[in-house]
Design a protein around this ligand. Structure first.
Ligand code: B12
Length: 202
């Protein structure tokens, strides 16, 4: 098993060190970004299972996903490392300039990743015109709609399980420039907060 470099192929298989440039030049439809977080004492870094689930769901409908794992890229992350986070995302996205992903998903949003998620979203906005959505446990908490609008500045958020919602969001993004979302589990910034989506077939 190659060492986990921070770049995961869809399904979670790590990309061997030195091969990430090759993978990046291939581009992707949907880029999923795992935010860095300050590890608890004795805590570890493991592949982002939730994002791997999303990648698998997207692959099922013929979409090419890619995961950028910033928790691995910044294993000793502290809240003061915001600038490093921003630079990593901007450097990564610059390689996509000619063929940017249509959709970027950032998360999981938990209290400990909220600030990094904001920095990542800002970095994405600077480099590409892709739609940016977030998801994860904190997106089911009341008040997230205002946070999504006033703090994160995203196009939408997903409350609850993300597999079907992100697949439906992809279909909208791929087929039109309007970002309407009458999709279960998907909330628009400043709009009504949806009940968390639950996948029935897991
Ligand atoms: C296993 C686990 C871990 C593992 C593995 C996490 C991983 N990399 O996958 C480890 C030990 C590494 C870990 C670390 C941390 N964890 Co943790 N973890 C869990 C636990 C027990 C299960 C998470 C899980 O694997 N769920 C299964 C997967 C499939 O679901 P999921 O990750 O939630 O993803 C789904 C949806 O949330 C959504 N989704 C997630 N991300 C995104 C992104 C987008 C764009 C979209 C559209 C959807 C989406 O779609 C996914 C598929 O349905 C939860 C508690 C729980 N029951 O949820 C706590 C929990 C999420 N962790 C928590 C915390 C605090 C942390 C740490 C900050 C701790 C630390 N300081 O080290 C870090 C943060 C890491 C991170 N980036 O999330 C808290 C968050 C609480 C909060 N206040 O927000 C929880 C809720 C536990 C708790 N009650 O305290 N964690």
């Amino acid at each position: 098993m190659p060492r986990h470099t921070g770049f995961l192929k869809a399904g979670g298989q790590p990309v061997a060190p030195g091969r990430s440039r090759t993978l990046v030049s291939e581009g992707c439809d949907v880029l999923l970004i795992n935010p860095p977080y300050p590890r608890r004492f004795g805590g570890g870094i493991v592949p982002p299972i939730g994002l791997c689930y999303l990648a698998a769901a997207l692959r099922r409908i013929g979409v090419v996903p890619q995961i950028l794992d910033l928790a691995v890229a910044l294993p000793e992350y502290r809240f003061a490392d915001g600038e490093k986070t921003v630079q990593l995302v901007r450097t990564y996205l610059r390689r996509y300039r000619r063929n940017p992903p249509k959709l970027i998903g950032v998360g999981p949003v938990v209290t400990a990743t909220l600030r990094a998620v904001r920095q990542i979203v800002t970095a994405c906005r600077t480099e590409v015109a892709s739609k940016v959505i977030v998801g994860g446990p904190l997106c089911s908490v009341p008040g997230i709609s205002a946070v999504a609008r006033d703090y994160l500045g995203v196009d939408a958020y997903v409350a609850g399980d993300g597999e079907s919602p992100i697949s439906e969001v992809w279909k909208v993004v791929a087929s039109s420039t309007d970002f309407v979302a009458d999709i279960p589990g998907v909330g628009l910034p400043g709009g009504k907060e949806p009940p968390p989506h639950r996948e029935l077939d897991l």
